[in-house]
Design a protein around this ligand. Structure first.
Ligand SMILES: Cc1cc2nc3c(=O)[nH]c(=O)nc-3n(C[C@H](O)[C@H](O)[C@H](O)COP(=O)(O)OP(=O)(O)OC[C@H]3O[C@@H](n4cnc5c(N)ncnc54)[C@H](O)[C@@H]3O)c2cc1C
Length: 414
């Protein structure tokens, strides 16, 4: 059988786009097959400018997408420099002293985590090392776990958590990070509505099939999420080796969902552009959500739900999700303010069969799984890429981009 293309890329998210660009630059023919009717994967901006998935360029000075944003003239702001940080505690807004105490607790958290990793002890759940008992320790743990990493610290490898920790600057793009990603895909050969259901990698070629028919290639780069891989979203023939299954299962996806509430002009003037609000933990087991108001002055309020609460609400459905989030808003701002929130756009990354979660974390003891997943199979005929494969920038668009480029290099080497 002859090849239709040199390289078949499965998935038109950030990793697939980066891989295809790198292959095109080396004059290898490639085709991206994408299951959905749009590109971008977990980096997608809708027509209103709402980023359903990724929105920040984290650690912007090391982020490969920052240079593209600059070169293409995308307007960015350093969110950390602009954001007013609000904290709601004990039924009122925190005093300056309390806000400072919270920030000190965050600094202390990271010093303790770094020391715990440096002490040479075996890996364990990140929660085992986190400080406890201080006034804001539980809130910091909830914030760094469920709200940022999309999973509770108890589910995560301490070593992977520390190795993938991110710093600023955190840039926001006025026209959306998904818009930048879509620009980077321009001119690439992408077939939409083409879910790969089977991939045969047992012969001299790889052979992908699905409702689109069959495509034969010399090599395949698979960029679908570890959630999709773990659920058997693609049937591999022969089955993947045990080590690959182990790596996939050791890198589950956490869940972060967002709601974008329109706010009527002239209402809620107290919400400054870019302000971020966190609510304190009121009692053990409480799982607060967080908010960002009016990014770039837009009349919108964003809510973020992470971790186990996000999974529970995802299973309960959109109505229950909206009711919960409105209840949280009312608790902090009262019923009059809550009435100013219009019908929200609600994401459900956990319920979408082409993602099944938001981004990956390594389970305790499994930091090495990221490299194991990225290791090419069959002399480079089958290569996995995507955010979960990057040992430093996992869970981000930066990690996805760099892993896509690495997969393209591995193809060339093969
Ligand atoms: C709510 C949320 C907020 C986030 N915030 C940030 C942030 O602020 N900054 C940041 O850097 N990162 C953030 N991330 C993470 C970031 O979006 C991801 O790490 C990154 O986009 C993953 O890219 P990827 O190419 O690895 O995977 P994906 O984007 O999942 O791409 C894989 C593609 O494969 C497709 N696919 C699936 N199954 C098949 C199949 N069988 N056949 C063909 N195609 C298939 C999917 O549709 C998808 O398009 C966020 C993610 C979410 C969900």
């Amino acid at each position: 059988m002859s090849n239709d293309v040199d390289v078949l890329v499965v998935g038109a998210g950030v990793a697939g786009i980066a891989a295809a660009r790198a292959l095109r630059a080396r004059a290898l023919s490639c085709l991206i097959l994408e299951a959905k009717d749009r590109i971008g994967g977990r980096a997608y901006t809708d027509a209103t400018g709402f980023d359903h998935g990724a929105s920040w360029l984290h650690q912007a000075n090391d982020n490969p997408l920052t240079a593209f944003a600059e070169a293409l003239g995308f307007e960015t702001v350093d969110h950390d420099k602009l954001r007013q940080r609000l904290l709601f505690t004990e039924g009122r807004f925190a005093t300056t002293a309390e806000r400072r105490a919270f920030m000190a607790a965050e600094d202390h958290f990271w010093r303790v985590i770094e020391a715990a990793v440096a002490d040479g002890a075996p890996d364990r759940p990140a929660s085992d090392a986190a400080p406890q008992g201080g006034r804001f320790d539980a809130l910091v743990a909830h914030w760094e776990g469920a709200q940022i990493c999309a999973a509770e610290l108890s589910r995560m490898s301490l070593h992977d958590f520390a190795a993938t920790a991110l710093d600023g600057p955190n840039l926001l793009l006025r026209h959306g990070l998904g818009t930048l990603v879509a620009r980077l895909a321009e001119g690439l050969p992408i077939r939409l509505n083409a879910p790969v259901s089977q991939l045969d990698w047992g012969g001299k070629h790889v052979d992908a099939s699905g409702t689109f028919g069959r495509i034969c290639a010399r090599t395949a780069i698979i960029t679908v999420s570890t959630g999709v891989l773990a659920q058997g979203g693609i049937a591999f023939t022969p089955d993947l080796p045990t080590e690959k299954h182990a790596a996939i299962n050791a890198l589950p996806l956490g869940l972060l969902n967002k709601l974008a509430f329109p706010i009527a002009p002239g209402t809620l003037p107290e919400f400054e552009p870019f302000a971020s609000l966190r609510r304190d933990i009121a009692a053990p087991g409480d799982r607060p959500i967080s908010w960002i108001s009016r990014p770039f002055g837009a009349p919108v309020l964003l809510a973020f739900i992470g971790g186990s609460l996000a999974w529970e609400l995802s299973r309960a459905g959109r109505q229950a999700t909206e009711a919960h989030v409105r209840g949280e808003f009312t608790r902090v701002f009262g019923t009059v303010a809550a009435a100013a929130l219009g019908p929200p756009t609600i994401t459900d990354w956990g319920g979408d069969p082409y993602f099944l979660g938001s981004y990956s974390h390594a389970i305790p003891g499994a930091q090495a799984a990221r490299r194991a997943l990225a290791e090419p199979l069959a002399d480079g005929r089958l290569i996995f890429a995507g955010e979960a494969c990057h040992p430093r920038f996992a869970a981000t668009v930066a990690g996805a981009w760099l892993s896509g480029e690495a997969a393209a290099r591995a193809c060339l080497a093969a």
